[in-house]
Design a protein around this ligand. Sequence first.
Ligand code: TRP
Ligand code: G3H
Length: 261
Amino acid sequence: MTHAISQCFDRLRSQHAPALIPFITAGDPDLETTAKALQTLDRQGADIIELGVPYSDPLADGPTIQAAATRALERGTNLDSVLEMLGRVSPNLKAPVILFTYYNPILYRGIDRFLDEIVTAGASGLVVPDLPLEEAQCILEPAAARGIEVVLLVAPTSSTERIEAIAKQSQGFIYLVSVTGVTGARTQVATRVPDLIQQIRNVTDKPIGVGFGISQPDHARQVVNWGADAVIVGSAIVRRLAEEGVESIGQFCQGLKEAMS
Ligand SMILES: N[C@@H](Cc1c[nH]c2ccccc12)C(=O)O
Ligand SMILES: O=C[C@H](O)COP(=O)(O)O
């Protein structure tokens, strides 16, 4: 049973290297571009890729990703078409893919069927931002049985007890949301991030990935210097992909990766 995300972190840790995790919205501007973008990111520095399934009622929706999801939905992108595309591309990717989706499409299909389908498509992990810890059990176990790692989120507002419980249950790594606001490029990384990283470190040795607002190589370097094991970059890549195309996100990823090393 593969636990590809944990394996990826084990490998990187032995090299003392942090992971770069770019996020893109599937279907923006179309799924063929997403397929090319996945391959480009894989070749140009992504260690793990977070692939967002567009959804009509997102939570934590910053303007860039919301606009991308709206465009993707207008073209008829749905979970079936995203998984069909991923199934074609994933055999050629080195980087494990984490699927980002809200809980409603999972519930609609049924958890077991959903998990079987994402395994077939070649996904390795799952982020479900509207699934609170208390409700996560129903998916954590059947996912683990299939080698799918469910990454849970810690927010700046999480209490110490809650951080401990999340850290215990999260698989692959712990996603530290750096701000209480929405996704989107910001001019600097929230100054409480080092404290939050330390708080999580105190209760677990699982890898910690930091996301939200990281949009420049300098930000990525700073987060790594603060002790993060992974840097997650969404909006800055989604915007470039939409405005400048696939080549530009390859170059951007290389730049982030260099800054982190
Ligand atoms: N889908 C979210 C973006 C997002 C990507 N990855 C996340 C992880 C946690 C919470 C939110 C996100 C949005 O609409 O902008
Ligand atoms: O997990 C992916 C998020 O989109 C990261 O946040 P960001 O968009 O602010 O970079």
